[in-house]
Design a protein around this ligand. Sequence first.
Ligand code: ADP
Ligand code: MG
Length: 550
Amino acid sequence: MKIKRLDDSVVSKIAAGEVVVGIHSVVKELVENALDAGAKKVVVELLNGGKSEVKVKDDGEGMSKEDLLLCYLPHTTSKIDSFSDLSSLTSYGFRGEALHSICSVSKVKIISREVSSAIGHEIEVVAGNLVYDRPVYSDIGTTVIVRDLFFNVPARRKFLKSSAIESRMATEIFERFCLSKLNVHFVLVKEQQLAYDLPPSDLLQRVKAIFPDVSIDSLKTFEIEHHGMTLKGCLSLSSFSKKGLINCFVNDRFVINQTLVSAIYVAYADLLEKGKHPFVVLNLSINPKEVDVNVHPQKLEVKFVDEEEIFRFVRDSLKKFLSKPTVRQIQIREKPFVADSYGSYTARTEPEVLVEPAKEKLLEESKFRILGVAKGRYILLETGEKLLILDFHAAHERITFEQLMKSLLESSSKKLLVGSRLKFKETDIDLLVSSHVLKQLGFELKVDGRDLVVEQIPNWMELYEVEEFLKDCLDELKLVDLQGMNETIKKILADHACKKSLRTRDKISESEMLELAKNIVEEGYSTCPHGRPLMFSIDFKDLDRFFGRD
Ligand code: ADP
Ligand code: MG
């Protein structure tokens, strides 16, 4: 007989590894418990990055002596009674595992006092065993002190990171609570130094405290309601940084969720500069029935019952918000006061209309003449001041690309009367059918037996183009997790635009050339969608200088 039942203490140690993966998860679980207890103030203290001690003090409802003697045991919770309660969950906790897990791999003291009680009670638990319990004087609320995490599991202790790294990770967790629970006073003390003292405030004040290099003037707050769901938060109106700063919460719980992130990137569409990302704090409040938080022991991942609906709600809400004009192109400004010859000041009465200077200049340049085509690829033109050489393939590609991006924002697509059946590899079919990118482009795809069935396609696409388009997409779709939804869509559309555009030696009439050049100059485009330049210009002044004519 080689199989034997594991000792309960071994089971606890193994299970603890799922909930407690480092100092940051201790901080997370303890702060969640404090918030579940209705705390209005939570103080977190870390010593040696939390490796020596993590202390979390709250002013919540507290625990009685009986509760204290139960709380560190496995599967003890006050938050749910039955499995069905999970679907109406409003608390962070529900598994009744965290305190037990923490207590079985460290030395813990818990001091707690309920509002109704004149004194408090204290317990000490070491490696899961109760050492003592005794009455103590204490404030209302609970203090949990966790010392020497994993002291009895050396293999895990070894995997704790340096104090500096553990401290940084714990701080990040703390900051997430500050971003979602605005009406709670949060304090963080690290190595006996005050790191944060954040009384209740609005979101922008919290962002200012937590991201000192983010200018809150560049952020806008939003709150949108739809069918019982609320989306609240703040965002940057354009690209923000190389690093993505996206914090998503669902019912105040920080989550990592691809549906939300994809919806955000699609909403930004071409507002983002290449390789840059937005700043977003987003808190989605929905009926707890519509979301499953019980997919992961640390409850970081969530699953929505209707992923599609959430995707559409977030995308469309943010899109609407982002497309609101924010910079006025034409401003009317009073002329400044000017001193007259008597030294007194009078205001000039007529308002002055200021047109954006860049636009003004481009419009001037739109008076041009076609000189001809060189090498079957370059259009030569002259304007009043310049000689322009335009790569017409690149120019056409850019215009086609911009049209495709525009139709993406209109989200228009057409249903096929009879679904078109295509053959692909099984793994490719999975990738295509589950792709949010293709859905966003307007495709509706299904699997039927071993075939891919195309039921709906974007308006700008012809049926004969579909198969090749999907084949061309595959490589980019595999990279979507790496490069993000927005970048993937851009790349796919850029490649498609390239295929649809005029090639070297294609016949192009003079009126088409004019139209193309006019478009490019008026829109101020300078590169093709792949980033190559599309125009070369020489000032006649420079030519004159070169020929010694000035
Ligand atoms: P869960 O949060 O999933 O219920 P925990 O193991 O984290 O499980 O906590 C067990 C129980 O201990 C909680 O359900 C709660 O009743 C009690 N508890 C833990 N921390 C606190 C606290 N800070 N204030 C009041 N009660 C607490
Ligand atoms: Mg808990």
